[in-house]
Design a protein around this ligand. Structure first.
Ligand SMILES: [Zn+2]
Length: 356
C-alpha cells in the first residue's frame, strides 16, 4: 500500500480522485468549520454497486479524527485497485466522519467530544461517571510541566497497583459527561458527526435487508494487529453473525477485547436507525504503540485543548505526539493493515474483491 498521507486535505483529495476515476463522485456532507490549514472540511461518501442492493457493507474512517489517516489510506487504496463486488452487494465508503479531528490531529471533534461516547440517549439525563470524576484532575492536571506530569502519572500508577489496570482503564476511557476538557468526553448533545453519520446510514442503507459495518480505528492492541471488536456480548445474534463472517471476534461488553466497555459508542445504535435490516457491525482496531504511551499523549492533548496559553512550539509538539501514537508512518505498518483490511472486506462480502 502507498504510504499514508501527511494531512487531511491530501488524504481527502486522494480519496475523491480515486472515487471519481472509478466513476463515482462522492456525496459530500460539508462541515461548518475550517481545518487546521484553512481548508474546507467534510465527510465524503461513495457507494459502489446497486443502490437497492439487499446487502450493504459500510466502511467508515475517522470516527476518531486522527485515526482517519490509516482508515482513509485503506479506503483509497481499495478504490484505486478497482474492486469487484458481487451483484447483490453495495459497498459504501464513509470517508472522514470526524473531519475536524482528522485535520487537527485530534482523536476528538471540534468540541473535544469523543464521537464514540456521543451516542447515548440524549432524551435522558447523561450517565454519571463518579470513577472518572474522582481522578479527573490527575488524568488532566491543571499544569503540564515535567513535574506535574511526573506527579500525576505516579498517582495514577499507584491507583493501578491498588485497584487493578482494568478498573482504572474503565474509569478513564469508559466515557464521561462532566469534564468538557477531559479525556473521553461525550458532549452535551448529538454532534455534527453524529447527525451526519445517522443521515448517511439511513440514506445509503435504507433499502438493505442486511447491513455489515466495519468502523476503522487505530491505537489499541499489538503493533499492526487488526482486532475485530463487536459492540455486543458473545451471546448476541449480531456477535454470532460476526463470528461466522470473520472467525475470531472479541466483545467490548464481555471484556474480551483490547477496549474497555464504553458508553455512547455508535455501532450498537445502528439497529435502531435501520429497524428492518439485520445489522452486523464491528470496529477494526489496529495496534500502534503501548497503551501507556497512548494515554500520555491523550492526556497532553486534552490539557492543550483546555489550557489558556500554550506556546506554539509546545502546541505543535503535543499535536505531533498525539499523531504519532495513532499512526505509524512506516511502510511496514501500512502493509500489515492492508493485508488484514482485504481479508476483512472480502469475508464481509463473501468474495475476493481485488484482481489477483
Ligand atoms: Zn478509535
Amino acid at each position: 500500500m502507498r504510504p499514508i498521507d501527511s494531512d487531511y486535505a491530501t488524504a481527502r483529495a486522494r480519496f475523491v480522485a480515486a472515487a471519481t476515476k472509478a466513476g463515482e463522485a462522492p456525496m459530500v456532507w460539508d462541515h461548518p468549520l475550517l481545518g487546521r490549514n484553512g481548508e474546507a472540511l467534510g465527510t465524503d461518501v461513495v457507494g459502489f454497486g446497486p443502490v437497492d442492493a439487499p446487502h450493504v457493507l459500510l466502511i467508515v474512517s475517522a470516527t476518531h479524527g486522527v485515526e482517519g489517516y490509516a482508515g482513509s489510506a485503506l479506503q483509497s487504496a481499495w478504490v484505486e485497485l478497482g474492486p469487484a463486488i458481487p451483484d447483490d452487494t453495495a459497498v459504501v465508503l464513509v470517508h472522514g466522519i470526524n473531519p475536524f479531528g482528522f485535520s487537527f490531529d485530534r482523536r476528538v471533534n471540534e468540541d473535544n467530544v469523543d464521537l464514540n461516547r456521543n451516542f447515548v440517549d440524549w432524551s435522558q439525563p447523561v450517565p454519571a461517571s463518579p470513577d472518572y470524576d474522582a481522578i479527573a484532575s490527575l488524568v488532566v492536571p491543571p499544569e503540564w510541566t515535567a513535574e506535574a506530569q511526573a506527579e500525576s502519572t505516579a498517582a495514577l500508577l499507584d491507583l493501578v497497583v491498588a485497584e487493578g489496570l482494568e478498573k482504572v482503564q474503565a474509569a478513564i476511557s469508559g466515557g464521561q459527561y462532566s469534564h468538557p476538557n477531559g479525556v473521553f468526553y461525550g458532549g452535551t448533545g448529538p454532534t455534527w458527526s453524529h447527525r451526519s453519520l445517522r443521515e448517511i446510514l439511513t440514506k445509503f442503507a435504507a433499502a438493505a435487508a442486511r447491513v455489515t459495518i466495519v468502523d476503522l480505528h487505530t491505537g489499541l492492541g499489538p503493533w499492526g494487529h487488526g482486532e475485530l471488536i463487536s459492540p455486543s456480548g458473545s451471546g448476541a445474534a449480531d456477535f454470532k453473525r460476526a463470528q461466522q463472517l470473520w472467525g475470531e471476534v472479541t466483545s467490548m461488553v464481555d471484556n474480551t477485547s483490547v477496549s474497555a466497555p464504553v458508553m455512547g459508542e455508535w455501532l450498537s445504535q445502528v439497529p435502531k436507525w435501520l429497524p428492518d435490516a439485520e445489522v452486523t457491525g464491528v470496529a477494526l482496531e489496529y495496534g500502534t504503540v503501548d497503551p501507556v504511551t497512548v494515554l500520555q499523549a491523550l492526556r497532553a492533548d486534552a490539557w492543550r485543548h483546555g489550557a489558556e496559553e500554550v506556546s506554539p512550539e509546545l502546541d505543535d509538539e503535543i499535536r505531533l505526539q498525539l499523531r504519532s501514537v495513532f499512526l505509524d508512518d512506516g511502510a511496514a505498518w501500512a502493509s500489515e493493515l492492508w493485508l488484514r483490511f482485504i481479508q476483512v472486506v472480502d469475508a464481509a462480502i463473501g468474495a475476493p474483491t481485488l484482481p489477483s
